[in-house]
Design a protein around this ligand. Structure first.
Ligand SMILES: NC(=O)c1ccc[n+]([C@@H]2O[C@H](COP(=O)([O-])OP(=O)(O)OC[C@H]3O[C@@H](n4cnc5c(N)ncnc54)[C@H](O)[C@@H]3O)[C@@H](O)[C@H]2O)c1
Length: 309
């Protein structure tokens, strides 16, 4: 099946980013549907495109082409008519996602793929109220989706392998780096990895072994530098599985293995220290510093993804 019309449901932060991702492909027409159309619906996509133009990662003409392939609508039937691929990117609430997929099923073709951009919820559960559960697949994009190449393509219990493959192949074709997550597990792949490191990072601070800035420096200027180039499992082979086994035997008994959130994290939240938004979390942030970090991250991602193979 060729995918030429993509419909995005939900025009929030991720929905707008996704529209741009799909519309980058010259063969794809994108419909983005919001419940209420704002006066200037293209402004979200336009400002993302502008950041790329400012950093010489996109020409004005390319930005124009991308925008010309996106239609903004509040009409669900129009958005879904003849859609080959639908991605729901509405709020992270199980019942809302379940009801939405159930309600749109009569409005799409039998072979239309229904993807959910849930961050953490079970794909099997999101599909629960649909008739044809084999066509529901998880596509977990990372924010900002037009800069982070990874998309986790998740197989729900009833997702067909054909739908999994079609989704994977299409995402690859439009320039993303899809990976298949073959079981519908909590956190899929990348968040499981991220949270395993977070647990240890938070423990190191809590136990007084290092402060937050030092923990971050230890990753940024150490192993983190390798990761975009050398996968951590490639690294096992590089140093030798024998050495890795000995290291695991020596260190695993001492690593954090808490099943509950970090007590210090709980305390910070209870005190209203929620990070950039309030000026303090693990560290203190002025509004200028917070803005500068956000901007620097985007500019860094633009630079490093330009040369990504
Ligand atoms: N923000 C991230 O970093 C991120 C990353 C990956 C995945 N996600 C997932 O993407 C999805 C969207 O997240 P977001 O950050 O864009 O949120 P958002 O709040 O910016 O956007 C959600 C949109 O859904 C719309 N909406 C709410 N209820 C609806 C309903 N009943 N029917 C139709 N539309 C409805 C809202 O009007 C809003 O436009 C969530 O499932 C989220 O978990 C988010």
């Amino acid at each position: 099946m060729g995918i030429n019309k993509v419909t995005i449901l939900g025009a929030g932060l991720m929905g707008n980013g996704l529209a741009q991702v799909f519309a980058k492909d010259p063969d794809t027409k994108v419909f983005i549907r919001s419940r209420k159309l704002r006066p200037n619906p293209a402004s979200g996509v336009r400002s993302n495109l502008d950041i790329l133009i400012e950093n010489s990662a996109l020409s004005e003409a390319e930005a124009g082409n991308i925008l010309s392939r996106i239609s903004f609508t509040d009409d669900l039937e129009e958005a879904l008519k003849d859609a080959d691929f639908v991605v729901e990117s509405v709020v992270e609430e199980m019942e809302i996602k379940q009801d939405l997929l159930r309600d749109i099923e009569p409005l799409v073709r039998e072979d239309t793929i229904l993807a959910t951009n849930t961050s953490v919820m079970s794909i099997t559960q999101v599909a629960q109220k649909t008739q044809k559960k084999d066509r529901v697949v998880g596509t977990h994009f990372w924010n900002p989706p037009y800069l982070i190449p990874l998309v986790e393509v998740i197989k729900g219990e009833e997702t067909s392998l054909e739908v999994l493959d079609l989704t994977y192949d299409y995402l690859k074709k439009i320039g993303k780096k899809p990976v298949k997550c073959l079981k519908d597990v909590q956190g899929f792949i990348a968040n499981r990895l991220q949270h395993a490191i977070w647990r240890e990072a938070l423990y190191l601070v809590e136990a007084g072994i290092a402060d937050a800035a030092t923990v971050d420096e230890s990753l940024k200027y150490g192993p983190g530098l390798r990761w975009p180039h050398l996968g951590i499992l490639e690294n096992v082979d590089m140093v030798g599985t024998d050495l890795s086994l000995n290291i695991q035997r020596g260190v695993l008994p001492y690593l954090a293995d808490n099943k509950e959130p970090s007590p210090l994290l709980e305390k910070l939240v209870a005190e209203g220290k929620i990070g950039f938004k309030t000026g303090e979390g693990y560290q203190k942030w002025t509004p200028e510093e917070a803005d500068a970090r956000n901007r620097a991250l985007r500019e860094y991602l633009i630079r490093v993804t330009k040369d990504l193979k």
